[in-house]
Design a protein around this ligand. Structure first.
Ligand SMILES: C[S@@+](CC[C@H](N)C(=O)[O-])C[C@H]1O[C@@H](n2cnc3c(N)ncnc32)[C@H](O)[C@@H]1O
Length: 222
């Protein structure tokens, strides 16, 4: 293996962004991971702890309901959501990520699909009772990050819930040169649009590194 995947990601992202393509590097990175030239990126096998804590507390019953997982990567969050009973779709812009997720979860009830958050299938809009977004929007530069926030919100059905996990950036902190771009308070609040209102927006300091914090936010559509 040549180098760690984060360094490779930085290089691919810089080239992709210079070429005006904010998402092309994800496929290149997952392909390099599958080929073994770097470790497989974002190789999480457990649901995100903040998502898992939320589902433990709320114990949502997804029976007869639909869920979608945005930028699903290797599928750990999607599999968790499916165990709650939701009819679950999980999508990623990288075809290799989707292949890896399918291979990793044989027999899964989750439908893993290649799709672009910035060009959503019209029949996905406003029909999901639970929308889960973990670390996708923060992987995009501005533009199109603001638009991506609005697109995530459009997936939520009337009465539905959106949960977002993202790294947090202070309002006075400079915008990073490359990914990730931790979200400002203004950006996390921007998921609430129209009749999609914030239920809770929590800034949670990292246990090991208090200088680092994450947002865990929940929104509900009236
Ligand atoms: C930082 S990774 C996080 C992956 C996963 N959510 C996790 O937490 O392990 C961001 C993911 O979003 C995907 N992604 C980026 N832009 C996207 C877009 N426009 N539409 C769909 N997926 C996208 C990437 O391919 C990648 O899998």
């Amino acid at each position: 293996m040549d180098e760690n995947w984060e360094r490779h990601a930085d290089r691919l992202a810089a080239r992709s962004l210079r070429a005006g393509d904010p998402t092309g590097w994800f496929e290149e990175l997952y392909s390099a991971g599958r080929a073994g030239s770097v470790a497989v990126p974002w190789n999480r096998v457990q649901p995100h702890p903040l998502l898992a804590a939320w589902t433990r507390e709320r114990a949502p019953d997804g029976t007869g309901l639909r869920a979608v997982v945005v930028g699903c990567g290797l599928g750990a969050d999607a599999e968790h959501v499916a165990t709650l009973g939701y009819d679950t779709v999980a999508f990623d812009v990288s075809g290799t990520a989707v292949d890896l997720a399918r291979d990793r979860h044989p027999g899964s009830t989750v439908r893993y699909v290649v799709a672009d958050l910035l060009a959503l299938p019209p029949d996905w809009l406003g029909v999901h009772d639970l929308v889960v977004e973990v670390y996708t929007v923060q992987a995009l530069p501005e533009p199109p990050r603001r638009r991506a926030i609005g697109e995530v919100a459009r997936l939520v059905a009337p009465g539905g819930t959106l949960v977002v996990v993202a790294a947090a950036r202070g309002d006075a902190d400079p915008e990073p040169d490359g990914p990730p771009w931790p979200l400002t308070r203004d950006e996390i609040e921007a998921f609430a649009t129209g009749d999609l209102g914030a239920v809770a927006i929590n800034r949670i300091p990292d246990q090991d590194d208090p200088a680092f914090a994450r947002w865990f936010a929940e929104f509900r559509r009236r």
